[in-house]
Design a protein around this ligand. Structure first.
Ligand code: ADP
Length: 487
């Protein structure tokens, strides 16, 4: 699929350190999850390369920080424009290595670019404060300064947007970065880095270390344990987040963590059912269910339970599964066999414990090894695995509930707290439930909540910090208090 790029030089297979493309001594294979075919071999860097990238970022920090925010913004804006200009090619690269339908991939390129635009502007508004004095001989000032060298470890489910959401605020603030993209999707990261080079990003400001799974662990150690790296931003599983947090303890690093979710999606009796069904489809099956804000548990009130299931099962049955390059495909392949096995085990466990199968339920083996049928399960109970763990696949488990208090208790009964959703037309209920859900984000009468202008992030074991919005700058700046005496 990559033979058809308009600009073949976007297909980079070397890593980027200090403005130089680095081949490394080893390589690893990148495969198309739809076909299993090898797409490319990419530089497999290790701990020594990570040290070199950190040193490059450290050297680049002084001059980059000394530029005005407006000068940095000009480079960032050029970068964003190049993402737009090459959106079709970037989408092709993404669909090839990640599997999502081409239209979704193109949407992600635009979404990814929107973080660069937003933070290029926000960088100009990193305001300080003057605090009224309590001593006439003194004046109190607060300024915000770039943290220093930042590291970003990113996942495969949004191969471009998860990079720009971290890197754009860091660069806009005046920090320099070392990125370790997911081993499944390095080509998207390298294409975006190539465009950063073309936009005039100075050497060392943005470095990309590609590596396979085992070298990623070694690089992770170096990034976490370096006392030059002042900040680590990670998006991925809660399990890996805990490991990185432990590794960062020694250097007391500032952390931004966007970890797992277990999103509840509640439909009350007074909901607009068609809208709720549309929201459930968008929230559940987008990216084949592989997003951390995907609805993971659907709770439907008794009065509309069967009616909702009828409407939803018709829509689920109409979803087209297939290669993301085929027109009209809604659900692409899953990322790997491990993902397939998890989805399969959640479905089999639910069926064994008495869930009712309304659609799908098994591998779509006729399409390839990594396709799973969009699945709808009814009469799911809290004992089933899918109610406790994030399925990360195209499976919608539906639970029946009676009262508002019961729905809130069920929804909050998890260690996760990223996204949640509910549907109601009652203004009192909207406030009550919106305030009672222990989540960083609540979608009310919508299944799609993410955009660059809002604070994205979780509570409980879903993470630390917020990305996007003006809040997204906070993690990349240090607050400094200046006390002026002898006035
Ligand atoms: P996912 O479940 O989305 O694959 P992971 O948390 O496994 O998420 O991986 C997300 C990112 O974290 C990837 O870039 C991966 O290479 C990296 N990663 C996984 N384990 C470690 C580790 N022990 N140290 C450093 N990075 C890691």
């Amino acid at each position: 699929p990559l033979a058809a790029l308009d600009d073949a030089s976007l297909l980079r297979t070397q890593a980027l350190i200090n403005g130089e493309w680095v081949a490394g001594s080893e390589r690893f294979a990148v495969v198309d999850p739809a076909t299993g075919a090898q797409l490319a071999e990419v530089a497999n860097l290790g701990a020594g390369d990570a040290e070199a990238a950190i040193a490059a970022a450290q050297n680049a920090f002084g001059p980059w920080r000394s530029k005005t925010a407006k000068e940095r913004a000009a480079i960032l804006m050029r970068w964003s424009q190049l993402l737009h200009k090459h959106a079709d090619d970037l989408a092709r690269i993404m669909t090839a290595e990640q599997g999502k339908p081409l239209a979704e991939a193109r949407g992600e390129v635009v979404y990814g670019a929107s973080f660069i635009d937003w933070f290029a502007e926000e960088g100009k508004r990193v305001y300080g404060e003057t605090i009224p004095t309590t001593d006439n001989n003194k004046r109190y000032l607060v300024i915000k300064q770039a943290m220093g060298v930042c590291a970003a470890i990113t996942p495969w489910n949004f191969p471009i947007a998860m990079i720009t959401r971290k890197v754009a605020p860091a660069l806009a603030a005046g920090c320099t970065v070392v990125i370790k993209p997911a081993e499944a999707t390095p080509l998207s990261a390298l294409a975006v880095a190539e465009l950063a080079q073309r936009a005039g990003m100075p050497a060392g400001v943005l470095n990309v270390l590609t590596a396979d799974a085992s070298n990623s662990i070694a690089i992770g150690h170096v990034l976490c344990e370096s006392d030059v790296v002042r900040h680590l931003s990670f998006t991925g599983s809660t399990e890996v987040g805990r490991i990185l947090m432990r590794q960062c303890a020694q250097t007391v690093k500032k952390l931004s963590l966007e970890l797992g979710g277990n999103a509840p999606f509640i439909v009350f009796d007074d909901a607009d059912l068609d809208s709720a069904v549309e929201g459930a489809i968008a929230s559940k099956y987008r990216n084949a269910g592989q997003t951390c804000v995907c609805a993971n548990r659907l709770y439907v009130q008794a009065g509309v339970y069967e009616a909702f299931l009828d409407k939803l099962s018709a829509k689920v049955a109409a979803l087209k599964v297939g290669n993301g390059f085929e027109p009209g495909v809604n659900v692409g392949p899953l990322i790997d066999e491990q993902a397939m096995a998890k989805v399969e085990s959640h479905v089999n466990d639910a069926l064994a414990l008495g869930a009712r199968l309304l659609s799908g339920g098994k591998r779509a083996s006729e399409l390839g090894a990594q396709f799973f049928e969009p699945t709808l399960l009814a009469d799911v109970t809290p004992q089933m695995l899918c109610s406790r763990e994030e399925t990360f696949g195209p499976v919608a488990p539906v639970f029946k509930f009676q009262t508002e208090a019961e729905a809130i208790a069920l929804a909050n009964n998890t260690e996760f707290g990223l996204a949640s959703y509910f549907y109601s037309r009652d203004i009192g209920r909207i406030f009550r439930v919106g305030e009672a859900l222990e989540y960083g984000m609540v979608g009310v009468n919508t299944g799609l909540i993410a955009t660059a202008e809002v604070p994205f992030g979780g509570v409980k074991q879903s993470g630390l910090g917020r990305e996007g919005a003006h809040h997204g700058m906070d993690d990349y700046v240090e607050i400094k208090y200046l006390c002026l005496g002898d006035i």
